[in-house]
Structure formats: structure tokens, C-alpha cells
Design a protein around this ligand. Sequence first.
Ligand code: NAI
Length: 385
Amino acid sequence: MAKLNWGMIGGGKGSQIGPAHRLGAGLDGQFDFVAGALDHRADEGRAFAESLGIAPERAYGDWKEMLAGEKDRADRVDLVTVATPNATHFEITKAFLEHGFHVLCEKPMTMTVEEGEEIVKLARASGRICAVNYGYTGYSLVRHMRAMVARGDLGRIRLVKAEFAHGHHADAADAENPRVRWRYDPSQAGVSAQFADCGIHAMHLASFVAGQEVERLSADTVSCIESRVLEDDAMVNFRMSGGTVGRLWTSSIAIGRQHGLTLQVFGEKGGLRWAQEQPNQLYWMPLGQRLQVIERGEGNLSPEADRSSRVTVGHAEGMPLAFANIYSDLAEAIRAGKDGRAMDPAANLYPRAEDGLRSMAAVFAVAESGKQMGAWMDARPPMFR
Ligand code: NAI
């Protein structure tokens, strides 16, 4: 099977998320990393790309040069990952979609709801894939939770509880450090800091597993470090399209917590609990029975879980493998499109531009609700109301 060609924008040397994308895209041997504009400094970007094995003529100085260089090539990239800072996602994603490329964009997909709607419309009109990297949905046991909910193991879902609370911006003495300060500055971060950065992962995860969309929300947003304009902690209550109640806590001042992403799902017939820092165990409590621990890799869990597990049961699997599952889904979607066949339903799980747009609507609803002392807001983007 011929490999697909893959390119990346952002993710330069020393970046946080670049290595996870390169590991994820390369893991199953489906993508060849052939082009990149990896850094905001042209020379550093070219040199780093070449050091990763990219041919000099495809080691680009910036994304516009990459678009110009790739668009007419017979072997142009099949998929472009956009892993630059947030404010650049919209224009880069839009430009590549307009030229017929499939795109995987980092979250948040855009800075406004209007931009999000434009991307959704463009992706739909062009028939190209625009995926958004809610990469934690790639964990095998997250996919199994979704499958258990969908096949009715829990009955009707009454309540979901999601958390993404860490303590990495808790030091008041470090709050004015320029590397931290910009995140809480509206002129650079937009209308929300912690919710837009982490809360949207937790909300998307709740929606992915429950198989429902968030419709309304009420938010209590606070800046625990007083010099901050934007929130460093938020508690968000929400209601979902199937009637499920949602509760979400996100924080960057929760000292002692590391990544802090967890999900609990409570149905009529049982409850599930999963924590991203121990991703290989899923706790399942069927009503009236004993607690059971479901291990990743047990086999015969669900087609979605089995397809997204690579290492034998009992051995640790981690976050780059979750990203690898997003890439594996995208490879299957691109190949199915090329072959003119239906894609494997167990791979049809990658988050879409629609998910990126819903998150932007939630970000603006949280910001507004916070200003109005928790008033309930419509959390849906106008085009989905
Ligand atoms: P970072 O600041 O560590 O790295 C950004 C990289 O992009 C740098 O190498 C920089 O030189 C490069 N860059 C900046 N502007 C560029 C441009 N115009 N063209 C080409 N390269 C450019 O940032 P980090 O933490 O890696 O975040 C990048 C994106 O990934 C953000 O949108 C962030 O929200 C998202 N992210 C997503 C995560 C997830 O779990 N899905 C986790 C962490 C970050």
C-alpha cells in the first residue's frame, strides 16, 4: 500500500506538541513526512525540517511558501497538520482547504465563532477533510466508553462529569513571566484563557463519549490570580441534546494536579470512570454489582477499542499513540476517498471542523455567562440552532 504524503506547519524545534504529531503520524507507517514550514523563523524552520529528513526543496520558510510549493506538485501532501499558535489557525487552515488539501488543525480551531462557521462551510463545500485535534479521543478506552454508551450498556445517560484541571500556572510570582502572561491577556488569547485552552478538550470528550451535543451552559469563571484579566479557573454546568446533565471543572491553579483530564459517565444501569494519566484502565461499575477494571488491549472489547490498541495488554500505551489513532483514522478516510469506497466505521471517529466550531461557540458562551454571573446561554453555534 503506497504511503500517504504528510506535511506540517508549526511544531518546530522545542515546541510542545510538534513531537507528538510526528510520532503519531509516523507510528503506523501510513504517512511519509515530506514537507514542512515548522518555525516562525524561516531559517530555523528550514534547518530543523532538513534535520528531520525533509528534502531541502520541501523544507519551507513559511506556510505561504509551502502552499505555493506544494499545490501544483503531482506528489503533493495528502494531509497538512496545522500546529502553530492559535491566532494563525484560521488563515492557514482556510488557505489549504481552498487549495484542496485535507487538514488536521490543532485546537482551538479558530478565534471566533464566525471564523469557525466559515471553516465548516468551506470544508463541506470542498469535500475535503478538516479534522481538529481533540487527540484524547484517540485513546482506546475512550473509544470503548463511547461504544459502551452507544450500545446501551449504561442505559440512558443521566450525568457526565469532566475535569481538565492542572496546577501549572498557579505560581503568583511567575504570573508576569511573558511566557505565561500572554495566555491571560485578551489581546492575545481572545475571550477565554483556561476554558479555551483546556476546558474545550474536556467538553469535547464528554460530548464524544455521550454521543450528544452541548446545547446550553452556565459558567462561573474566576481569575484566582488577581492580576489576570481572563479566567484561570471555571466551573461550567451544561445540558446536552439527549437530556444529559453535564458538569465540568477546568483550572490552571490546581497545585498538585498534573495533566488532570478525567471523565465520569453515569447512566441508569452503571457508571464509568477514566483518567488520562492512567489511560489503560477503565473503571466500570454496573448497577448492583462489583467494580470491574477493563484493561486496554484485553481484546474483544469493541471494534473501536480493538482497532485503536497496538501494544499487548498490561504494557503501557500513552498519548502519542492516541494521536496516532487520529492519524490512522485520517489515513483510512483519505484512502477510502481515493478508492471511492465507504470507510471502516470503527475508524470514522476523528473530530471534525463541526466539533471545532461547537467548541468556539462554547468558549464565547462561557465567557459571556461568566460576565453575567452564571446566566444560562445557548452554547450552539448559530448555524446549528
Ligand atoms: P509552542 O509555542 O510550543 O510551539 C509553536 C511552534 O509553532 C513553534 O515551533 C513556532 O516556531 C511555530 N510557529 C509559530 N508561528 C508559526 C508560523 N506562522 N508558521 C510556522 N510555524 C510557526 O506551541 P504548542 O504548545 O506546541 O501549541 C501549538 C498549538 O497546539 C496550539 O494551538 C495549542 O493550543 C495546541 N496544543 C494542542 C494540544 C492537544 O492536546 N491537542 C496540546 C498542546 C498544544
